[in-house]
Design a protein around this ligand. Structure first.
Ligand SMILES: Cc1ncc(COP(=O)(O)O)c(C=O)c1O
Length: 379
């Protein structure tokens, strides 16, 4: 095609054909997903407890929509606030063991806004190299001086903290790492934060609701610590959408004035906190986590011969190496009735393309057994 004065293709760096991502418009029925007319068992959702489709959650949302309508209509600081948001914030803070909580539109918005609110060009941040993109972008947009340490290499972090002194410093880490499924050592990170007088920002999007004491996530033994700021999301174990930030009352009050991604963004519809209050009740009950753990044990026991990354979480990664191997394996699984996507760079480091398998309480033992057999057939 000839370039015209209105041709905008040159504004974008083209993504090579073999690295392009594609949307796959789908419908989901419980644990099944329909893609291009084919019904598959879904091993690619972060709905770890199967709450996305739970009748009590749907009922709470529908009742709220009937009363309050769909959208919130404005930012929380204009007219979009709702008592259910406050109730959920109070219940989350009490359950997690923090003084205060603030609900935000999504995990991406929470992390980007939070780091920008906390850090400026005089701040130094110290980030795990495998942190989620929202933390990476938050650091970049804040203008802070960024130092990165190799994944879970806390000796390297300690040396870096000794080397780079500044008045304001923040250690930034995922809790459960979203693509590997392994966990940060939160006690170690917090002890480094204390020794070096820094804050610790921990995003436990994949841990809260599934891991730790009473399923309160990886920080359950240290929650409420004055140096710890935690982010959780509703899009995973809670089966909804949105996010929350936990910390001291002082921090949360400051964020109400400074968190641009909350101040200048439409509030979540009231139906979301209504549904998430119902989700929190089910999470506290603990039955679904037991089922998830059984599924996880079954999967790990059946998959001993597979080259899985070490993980005790619902995220199980089978590293294939180059892109074509991962894509090929994903296609073969699809032909046998399973949806397990190939995850490729830049989401994961070069040469570590993988199948990312996510387990849910909604899977049956038979689903797990059939998947592990199919995985063994791949090699
Ligand atoms: C660790 C982590 N943090 C944040 C997010 C973003 O959350 P949200 O989907 O609510 O924007 C994700 C993924 O979605 C994630 O894996």
């Amino acid at each position: 095609m000839l370039e015209t004065p209105h041709d905008t293709r040159h504004w974008f760096n083209p993504v090579p054909k073999d690295r392009q991502r594609c949307f796959s418009a789908s419908s989901q029925q419980g644990i099944h997903i329909t893609l291009a007319g084919q019904s598959l068992i879904n091993f690619a959702s972060n709905d770890y407890l199967g709450l996305r489709n739970h009748p009590q959650i749907k009922k709470a949302a529908i009742t709220s929509i009937q009363k309050d309508g769909m959208g919130s209509g404005a930012s929380r600081l204009i007219s979009g606030d709702h008592p259910q948001l406050h109730q959920l914030e109070q219940e989350l803070a009490a359950w997690k063991g923090y003084e205060s909580c603030l609900i935000v539109g999504s995990g991406m918005l929470a992390n980007i806004g939070l780091i920008q609110a906390l850090a400026d060009r005089h701040t130094h941040t110290f980030s795990d190299k495998l942190n989620h993109a929202s933390l990476v972008d938050g650091v970049r947009l804040s203008g802070a001086k960024s130092h990165r340490f190799n994944h879970r290499n806390y000796n390297q972090l300690s040396i870096s903290l000794q080397k780079h002194s500044a008045q304001k410093r923040i250690i930034v880490s995922d809790g459960v790492f979203s693509m590997d499924g392994d966990c940060a050592d939160v006690t170690k990170l917090l002890s480094l934060a204390e020794t070096h007088n820094t804050l610790l920002l921990l995003d436990d999007a994949h841990g809260i609701g599934c891991m730790g004491d009473n399923h309160r996530g990886l920080t359950s033994s240290v929650a409420g610590h004055e140096r710890l700021i935690e982010v959780g999301t509703f899009g995973k174990a809670f089966g909804g959408y949105g996010a929350f930030i936990l910390g001291t009352s002082e921090l949360i009050e400051a964020l109400k004035q400074r968190l641009r991604t909350m101040i200048y963004s439409t509030a979540l519809p009231a139906a979301m906190p209504a549904a998430m209050l119902a989700a929190l009740k089910l999470i506290k009950a603990g039955d679904l986590q037991e089922k998830l753990q059984q599924n996880l044990n079954l999967f790990r026991n059946q998959a001993t011969k597979l080259n899985l990354l070490p993980s005790t979480t619902a995220i199980q990664a089978l590293v294939m190496g180059d892109d074509s191997k991962a894509l090929d394996a994903s296609k073969k699984l699809r032909d046998t009735g399973f949806f397990v996507p190939a995850i490729r760079p830049p989401t994961v480091p070069e040469g570590t393309s993988r199948l990312r398998i996510t387990l849910s309480a909604a899977h049956s033992s038979e689903h797990i057994e059939r998947l592990t057999s199919a995985l063994k057939e791949l090699s």
